[in-house]
Every structure is written in structure tokens, then in C-alpha cells.
Design a protein around this ligand. Structure first.
Ligand SMILES: Cc1ncc(COP(=O)(O)OP(=O)(O)O)c(N)n1
Ligand SMILES: Cc1nc(C(=O)O)sc1CCOP(=O)(O)O
Ligand SMILES: [Mg+2]
Length: 208
């Protein structure tokens, strides 16, 4: 499977009261990867919500990724996204097997991407590219760094941080494969608008 297109990332606060309906609306518009990102620390909730997302993903033939938690990913048989302090990537790879998607945060550091690749990552993620309501304090990353990464790293590249339909096109032009988006997708007033945005993000990958 080619990892290219919209990478929808959930946010428990933003999606409170509309979690499954908004995620399904995004899946309707087309999602290459769906990341379950929950920072509540409530493991029971995490397993319950991730299981519900897995059912939806199976219906839409979308791959599910669990943020931070390789154990939950292993229980569900899905992929994981690990930041620099989220545990060992080689251990996660060993736990999940060679077919699992394992992503790694590389901030704005090419050396971290080299290491992630050597450790068995499926994709590398750079960010944040713009002001982010979800994670305002994340380190910043430039388009120039993205171009360098594209030349140097032969893995799918995810980009993240403040991405919207208005600012995403240059990221694709500079080599991004996956647009990882929270607010720019789910910060919509209606499910119809979520679906429209998902379609429009995917359209950015179509040849002109
Ligand atoms: C696709 C993608 N890229 C980066 C991140 C950030 O991961 P991390 O640095 O571990 O920060 P948290 O998301 O855990 O707050 C991500 N989740 N997804
Ligand atoms: C979870 C996350 N990680 C980032 C990084 O730069 O590593 S930015 C970010 C937040 C993404 O949400 P939004 O699309 O609302 O900005
Ligand atoms: Mg993390």
C-alpha cells in the first residue's frame, strides 16, 4: 500500500461529543492513515475508543495508527506512532511485526530521520510547519528542511502542525507524502464540512 494522502489525527477534546461521527465523515472523504491521539492517560478509554475506530477503519479500508502506545497497538493489531520520548522504535517493531506501520517524530532533524529509518520506521514525520492550536509549543520546521529530507530519505514523509487547506499545497510540492492534520480537518462546524475538507486534502495529491 502506498502511503500518500491525508493522515487524519484525532483529538479527544476537539472531538468531544462528536468523535465517531466526525471520524466517519473524514473516512467518507478519504483518509490514508487515521491516528488515534488521546493524551488523557485513561487506558480503559483509550482501548475502548481505539477499538471503535478500528471497526470504522475496517469498514473504510483505512489503516489505524495508535499514538504513543505500542501495547495498545499490539492488542489491536494496528500501527503505532512514536515520538522521541515514547519508547524504543526497535522494540515496537519487534512487538508489532514487520508488516505493521511504525511512524517516528523527527521534529526538524534529519539525523533523527536517519536513525528512525535504521531502527525500522515505516515513515518519518517532520513538524511543526505552522502555528498549531493543538500543540502550540512543538518545535518548528521549515520547507527547506522538508526539501532536504525528501532528497535524503527514501521513506514516506509525514508533515504536521497547523496544516490547513490554505497552506498545505507547498508541503506537497516540497515532497510531503502524508498531510497529518487535526484542526484543519476536524475543527469544522459540520460533518459535511469534514468530508469536504478530507476530499480537498486528497485532491492536493492529484497531478495538475
Ligand atoms: C504524524 C505525527 N507526527 C508527529 C506527531 C507528534 O508525536 P510526538 O512528538 O510524540 O507528540 P504527541 O503527538 O505524542 O504529543 C504525531 N503524533 N503524529
Ligand atoms: C501532535 C502534533 N505534533 C506536532 C509536531 O510538530 O510534532 S504538531 C502537532 C499538532 C497537530 O495538530 P494541528 O493539525 O491541529 O496543528
Ligand atoms: Mg508522542
Amino acid at each position: 500500500m502506498r502511503l500518500r494522502g491525508l493522515y487524519a489525527v484525532t483529538d479527544s477534546q476537539l472531538l468531544a461529543g462528536k468523535f465517531l461521527s466526525y471520524v466517519e465523515a473524514a473516512l467518507d472523504g478519504g483518509v490514508t492513515l487515521l491516528q488515534y491521539r488521546d493524551k488523557s492517560g485513561d487506558e480503559t478509554r483509550r482501548l475502548r475508543e481505539a477499538s471503535a475506530l478500528l471497526k470504522l477503519c475496517e469498514r473504510y479500508k483505512t489503516r489505524l495508527i495508535i499514538n504513543d502506545d505500542a501495547e495498545v497497538a499490539a492488542r489491536l493489531g494496528v500501527g503505532v506512532h512514536l515520538g522521541q520520548t515514547d519508547g524504543s522504535l526497535p522494540d515496537a517493531r519487534a512487538l508489532l511485526g514487520h508488516k505493521a506501520i511504525v511512524g517516528a517524530t523527527c521534529h526538524a532533524q534529519l539525523e533523527l530521520a536517519d536513525k528512525a529509518k535504521a531502527d525500522g520506521a515505516t515513515y518519518v514525520a517532520f513538524g511543526r510547519f505552522f502555528n498549531s492550536q493543538t500543540k502550540p509549543g512543538a518545535p518548528t520546521c521549515s520547507l527547506d528542511l522538508l526539501s532536504q529530507a525528501r532528497k535524503r530519505i527514501n521513506l514516506p514523509i509525514a508533515v504536521i502542525g497547523g496544516i490547513t487547506l490554505d497552506n498545505a499545497a507547498p508541503l506537497v510540492a516540497h515532497g510531503a507524502d502524508l498531510l497529518a492534520v487535526v484542526h484543519g480537518l476536524f475543527g469544522a462546524e459540520t460533518t459535511q464540512e469534514v468530508t469536504r475538507r478530507a476530499r480537498a486534502f486528497n485532491d492536493l495529491f492529484k497531478p495538475a
